[in-house]
Every structure is written in C-alpha cells, then in structure tokens.
Ligand binder design. Structure first.
Ligand code: ADP
Ligand code: MG
Length: 424
C-alpha cells in the first residue's frame, strides 16, 4: 500500500494523462498533441459505482483504456489495490487483466459471428487456463442465467439475439473470470431507450450481488444517475467536478455541470423555465482555450473585478469582445450603435456606467471601421480570470470539489502586471 492511493480504494487514478501526438506535413512530424486526458485523479472504492460523464470527445473512453493500460498512459499513476499497475511484472499484469474487465458500447461488434454464444462467453476461461469443457459449460450456463438469459442460449449464435440481449451476453463474458472491477463504457448508448433501463438495472443488481466495483461511463446524466454512487464530470480531458450522485444533481458547483443538467429534457413544461443553455461545440483538444477551457462557452464566466456586472450578464460582453477580436464584426453591416447592441444581445445600457462607456466607445470604433481599436479597448477592459488561469479542483462550500474560479476566490486574482497578451 502506498501513500498516494486511498486505503479502501480498489482503484486510485492519479494525474492520469494521455496525450496523442498530432502529425502533419510530408514528413509526418509531430506538430502538437491532443490532450485527450490531461491530469485526471479519482478513486473507486470497494463495491462502489463511480460514473464519468461529459459530452462526446471530452476524454471518457481514453480515461478508461488508459487506466486499464489497454493503451499506455503518457503520464500519471494508477493504483489497483494500492499497487502501481505500471510496475506490474507479467504475472501481476495477467492477474490484473483477469480482475479488471471492460464492456463496450456496441454489442454487435463484440462477438465473432461464427462462434456460439457459449463459446464466446467461455473464451476468457480458456485464455486464463481453465480448459475443462464440462466445467466451462456449467459456468457459462450459470452466468447466462444471472444476466437474464437461459442456459440453452449457449448453443445459439449472436445474430439470433437483439441488441439488449447481446449486451447481456457481453456482460456474461466480462464477468466470467469473476472480476473485482468492471469498467463499462457507454454500455447502453447503442440500445433502444426501452431496453436501456433493463440493462442498467441488471448492472445494478450484478454489482451488488457480486460485490463488484464499477466505473460507468456515459454521456447521459440520466444513465449515471440511475446506477452510480458518485459521479465525476469531465470537460476537455479534465475532471471539473466530482460529487455523490444526488448531491451533484441537487447542488452542482461547476457551470458546465449546471449546463449539462439543464440540457436533460424535462417532460414537465413547467420546469423548462430559464435553463442554462449549453451552446457551441467542444473545442479542439489539440488547441484548447487558455485558462479554464470552458470559458468560451461558460454562462457564468467571471467578470473583471474593476467593473460591477449584474450576475450572469458578462457572457454577452465577452462574446462581443471575442467576436470583435476574431474579426467577425463588420461595421458596415450596422446603421447605429443600437443595432450593434441588438445583434450581440447587449442591453441598451449596462448598469455600470464605466463598463458601458467602454462598450459605447468600442461600438463607435467598430462603426468607424476601426475594429483593431475596438479589440484593444475591449481586451484591456474586459479580460477575465477565466481566460488567464486554469482553475484548480478545490473543495467548494457544498462539500465536494469543483474546478471553477467561482470557487477559487476569483476576486482575489490580481490582474496581470502587463495586460498585453503574450499568446499568439
Ligand atoms: P469520449 O469517450 O469522451 O467521447 P475520447 O476519449 O474518445 O472521448 O476522445 C477524447 C479526445 O481524444 C477526442 O478529441 C478524440 O478525438 C481524441 N482521440 C481519441 N483517441 C485518439 C487517438 N488514437 N489518436 C488521436 N486522438 C484521439
Ligand atoms: Mg467514448
């Protein structure tokens, strides 16, 4: 047992990193890196089900395959029952392969169509040394029944089963070596909504019956809510919040979590009020935004301390600034300052007179055709800590960690000595 891992954790992931080289040009030189996983830490305790959620492309699958060493991480440590798996010899590694199993999203590509279900499910037994056919058969039949199929199904072929049934078979195969840890990556995403709940409740039952520890990955918060004890939220390769499931739903501390929660369709129209919208796409992970990588989309981006913005009203100002800086604003398209404000959802007048004066002057610059001056003016006045500094994952007042400047005493962040930006 090492100090780095928690005592009762079956799995401790510490600063896990997986950076893929990006190659370009004729010589295929490495010109950058996709930071698919960029410093992720969490524990899975004995008998616990931990969820990982986040939009597609945020690094969930890569976290799973890297921590199982199905591909080699580029940094960090992974402890299994306190032992660093990167230091395993080949015997330990083989034992780890047996004790930590994975199920994948697509049950259709999981089976060799020429093998019977029984042969497919039994395959890991053979690989790990149990070759007695009768014993194999008994174990397979028992497991098929445990996952809600019948013993006779062992003699059928995969194509004879529905997607949901195939995922049950995939589960039987993952469980046949009696693992301690199951990593399930989007296990129900390829299934009809009507069978998703059945498979999830099966997972839940198996988890408690077999005393499994589980890492459940899904882009769907509804899925993790149904089975997980704790949930981690990932954004662009990083864990931005982690909390017991119901606490995360009741009291989200990261604006990204809030936005994910708000994007769950609510069947009750009375509850569809002023939901936070998640607009725009996940940024390119080979060129992530500076500071907090969520800042270009964050509805609660922190305003500069020099001005008095009403809560949640800085987003429009920052969007206007970014549009001007990106050269997306053409003064010829507008007849008056009011037109510009209208287009960018800026109020006719900001409550803070000083802030409003900056906006007014910048709009005049734009209308006069000098977007460069407007960009400088807006950049000088309205720089946010969110673009300057990456927030740490810190304990919030809610009692669980989140990585957001709203919780990092953002107002204490002094502006930089030089406001000239030194990034390109
Ligand atoms: P998720 O499972 O959350 O959808 P992934 O872990 O699959 O996300 O991917 C995270 C990021 O890493 C994505 O931008 C993806 O394009 C990139 N990525 C995944 N695998 C590779 C690879 N083998 N080479 C380069 N980039 C990859
Ligand atoms: Mg994935």
């Amino acid at each position: 047992m090492t100090d780095e891992s928690e005592a009762d954790a079956i799995l401790s992931v510490r600063n896990l990193e997986k950076h893929y080289p990006v190659r370009s040009g004729l010589l295929r030189r490495v010109t950058g890196h996709v930071k698919a996983v960029d410093g992720v830490s969490f524990d899975v305790h004995e008998g616990e089900t931990v969820g990982l959620v986040g939009e597609s492309g945020c690094g969930k699958s890569t976290t799973a395959t890297s921590l199982l060493r199905l591909e080699e991480p580029t940094g960090g440590e992974v402890y299994f029952e306190g032992e660093d798996i990167t230091e395993y010899g080949s015997d330990d590694e083989q034992a780890f392969r047996r004790r930590a199993q994975m199920v994948f999203q697509d049950p259709n590509s999981a089976f060799d169509p020429r093998m019977t279900v029984g042969e497919s499910v039994a395959e890991p037994l053979g690989i790990h040394g149990l070759r007695d056919g009768d014993r194999q058969r008994r174990i397979v039949e028992d497991l098929l029944e445990r996952v809600g199929l019948s013993a006779d199904d062992a003699d059928q072929y995969p194509h004879e089963f529905s997607g949901g049934q195939k995922q049950r078979i995939a589960l039987a195969r993952a469980l046949i070596l009696n693992p301690d840890l199951l990593v399930a990556d989007e296990p129900v995403s390829a299934l009809d909504v009507s069978v998703q709940a059945e498979i999830l409740s099966l997972l839940d039952d198996l988890q408690s019956e077999l005393g499994l520890s589980m890492l459940l990955i899904s882009h769907d918060l509804g899925v993790v809510r149904q089975v997980c004890d704790r949930v981690g939220v990932m954004y662009l390769g990083e864990l931005v919040e982690m909390a017991p499931t119901e606490e995360l739903f009741a009291n989200p501390q990261h604006p990204y979590t809030e936005a994910l929660l708000a994007s769950i369709p609510d069947p009750d129209p009375r509850n569809r009020g002023d939901a936070v919208e998640l607009t725009g796409d996940v940024p390119d992970p080979s060129d992530p935004p500076s500071g907090c990588s969520f800042h270009p989309r964050c509805p609660r981006v922190v305003p500069p301390a020099d001005y008095d913005f009403p809560e949640d009203s800085f987003r429009e100002v920052l969007d206007f600034r970014l549009s001007v800086e990106n050269g997306d604003v053409d003064g010829d398209e507008f007849a008056s300052p009011a037109d510009v404000r209208d287009e960018f959802d800026l109020p006719p007048e900001l409550p803070d007179g000083d802030a409003d004066a900056v906006i007014s002057a910048a709009i005049e610059d734009v209308l006069a055709g000098d977007t460069g001056a407007a960009a400088d003016r807006l950049g000088d006045a309205f720089e946010t800590v969110c673009e300057r500094e990456a927030p740490e994952l810190v304990e919030t007042d809610a009692g669980h960690p989140a990585a957001c400047h709203l919780h990092g005493a953002a107002s204490e962040h002094a502006p930089p000595e030089l406001s000239a930006s030194d990034d390109d």
